[in-house]
Ligand binder design. Structure first.
Ligand code: PLP
Length: 399
């Protein structure tokens, strides 16, 4: 293998995303090779022995590592500015592995309440089964973080901007408090994408992604990634992944690698459309509020712009007419599809209260502000004017 991982000069993200991490085989292929293989052969029994002893570098088995997956990991690490990365079969496998590899019975976890549904389930339901104490706070309230982090804590989990209310958490402030309590900070950075926010540079220890979203970005495959220091990845995460098997398929890794090449173009275009759509929605009758971090009327606009370099591809808004008006509007859409997925080339809309956030219950939804009138729009790559026309006709018919 011919390594061309581009360590120098310090290339900019768009360049890293096209070339970073590429390892060419002896055939000199231009596109990244797809190593669809579960195992690897050794030249000799001695080489196999040395590989298992850790004194020779050789691929062993695709549950441990695979060249196509390694290219994806290296490219993601270069983009994030992380020392190391491990890819997983889904975003949830990444969150689960990052948490469970680090925790043991008797530990304490503090998490922001506004979490992706399955992350909430891991913290509230799974971890307590293994004797891990879980405390939820309102992520936007630094007083609650301070109170919760008075006690020694092993891990903090948060998501910013959050799903679906696009709440912003002050990363530097929470990371300082968490570190004082002895915790590592794990940030689910899906909504911001690695282009618009780099949590490691703001004090976080570990970043997790659902690569299913913007990194694939074309609605094809599931994937996940965990990024952190080489020491933590190799000594804490890798033994867990190697022995429990949340490995990413090389085929999916190959699609994700190609997705990364166009990530900046897609995120820029969708974010620009999202800003235009948010502006349009804010002027419409029947809309109680629009949430978009890059808008001056976002409740935490200043904080959002201090730690993000753009507003992102998601817009949430609340219809004054509640569930009935929301359903009428969704059903009247012609171009925008109803789907709980996000980060696709196709624009997708969801009603969180009856789908993604149905299971957390009415009380928790009320605490998070997810009313029956809230809709979450994931903006895709269609012409923004067509999306606005579609929303306009649907809102008229819903009124
Ligand atoms: C989708 C998502 C996940 C889970 O990722 P999967 O790839 O679906 O397993 C976790 N966190 C956030 C914020 C997500 O949007």
């Amino acid at each position: 293998m011919n390594h061309s991982a581009l360590p120098t000069p310090p290339y900019r993200p768009a360049t890293l995303l096209v070339h970073g991490g590429t390892e060419r085989s002896a055939f000199g292929e231009t596109a990244e090779a797809l190593f669809l293989t579960s195992g690897f052969v050794y030249d000799s029994a001695e080489q196999a022995e040395a590989t298992f002893a850790g004194t020779a570098a050789h691929y062993q088995y695709s549950r441990f590592a695979n060249p196509t997956v390694a290219m994806l990991e290296q490219r993601l690490a270069l983009l994030e500015g992380a020392e190391a990365c491990r890819a997983t079969a889904s975003g949830m496998a990444a969150v689960h592995a990052a948490m469970v590899s680090h925790l043991r019975a008797g530990d304490r976890v503090v998490a922001a309440r506004a979490l992706f549904g399955s992350c909430h389930w891991i913290v509230s339901t799974l971890l307590p089964r293994f004797g891990i104490d879980a405390v939820f706070v309102d992520g936007t309230d630094l007083g609650q973080w301070r109170e919760a982090l008075r006690v020694p804590t092993r891990l903090v989990l948060l998501e910013t901007p959050s799903n679906p209310m696009l709440e912003i958490i002050d990363l530097p402030a929470v990371c300082r408090m968490a570190h004082d309590a002895g915790a590592i900070v794990v940030v689910d950075n899906v909504f911001a994408t690695p282009l618009l926010q780099q949590p490691l540079r703001l004090g976080a220890d570990v970043v997790v992604y659902s690569c299913t979203k913007h990194i694939d970005g074309q609605g094809r495959v599931l994937g996940g990634a965990v990024l952190g220091t080489r020491q933590w990845i190799e000594s804490t995460l890798q033994p867990f992944i190697r022995n429990t098997g949340p490995a990413l398929s090389p085929f999916n890794a190959w699609l994700l690698l190609k997705g990364l090449e166009t990530l900046p173009l897609r995120v820029q275009a969708a974010s620009a459309s999202a800003a235009r759509i948010a502006e349009f929605l804010a002027g419409q009758p029947g809309i109680a509020r629009v949430l978009y971090p890059a808008r001056a009327d976002h409740p935490q606009h200043a904080l959002a712009m201090a730690q993000m370099s753009g507003g992102g591809t998601l817009v949430s808004f609340e219809l004054a007419g509640g569930k009935a008006a929301s359903f009428r509007a969704m059903n009247a859409l012609r171009l925008i599809h109803i789907s709980n997925n996000l980060g696709d080339t196709k624009s997708l809309i969801t009603h969180p209260a009856t789908t993604t956030h149905m299971r957390i219950g009415a009380e928790e939804r009320a605490r998070l502000g997810i009313s029956e009138g809230v809709l979450r729009l994931s903006v895709g790559l269609e012409d923004a004017a067509d999306l606005i026309d579609d929303l306009a006709q649907a809102l008229r018919r819903a009124a």
